[in-house]
Write a protein that binds this ligand. Structure first.
Ligand SMILES: [Fe+2]
Ligand SMILES: [Fe+2]
Length: 138
């Protein structure tokens, strides 16, 4: 397991914490796929997780953005831009020749997720924490 959940990731907002934990699950799935060695063809598995990652992203970002908009979160636009960059990165990765570079590209996504956790979840998502909690978001 490469991604381990701990308290510093918790916002104390149940729906969002659950969704963030799902990102850890997907990151760990990718890591476990490539841990089995690069002589195995993992293309279908990698693509399946990427698809899930995209669905997760759409669902989770919409959830946050709807709440931010409703509660007039001041950094809404900046935050939304960060979400859009994430989606663009996934699309960019998918446009590469994944089949011939399975482990390298998967590692790239894992690093991207790790960076996202430290910079977006720990920093940007924590900026709306108090507002959401005061507004009784669950
Ligand atoms: Fe988030
Ligand atoms: Fe966010």
């Amino acid at each position: 397991m490469i991604f381990k959940w701990n308290d510093k990731y918790n916002l104390g907002i149940t729906s969002i914490d659950k969704q963030h934990q799902q990102l850890f699950v997907l990151g760990n799935q990718l890591f476990s796929i490539i841990s089995k060695g690069d002589e195995i063809d993992n293309y279908d598995k990698i693509m399946a997780v990427l698809e899930e990652l995209k669905n997760y992203t759409v669902y989770h970002f919409n959830h946050e953005e709807e709440l931010m908009e409703k509660l007039n979160f001041e950094a809404y636009q900046t935050h939304k831009n960060e979400h859009e960059n994430f989606v663009e990165k996934i699309i960019e990765v998918e446009a590469q020749n994944i089949d011939d570079n399975q482990n390298r590209i998967t590692m790239q996504i894992i690093e991207f997720i790790a960076d996202w956790i430290q910079n977006h979840i720990v920093k940007s998502d924590h900026q709306y924490k108090n507002l959401f909690i005061e507004s009784n978001v669950e």
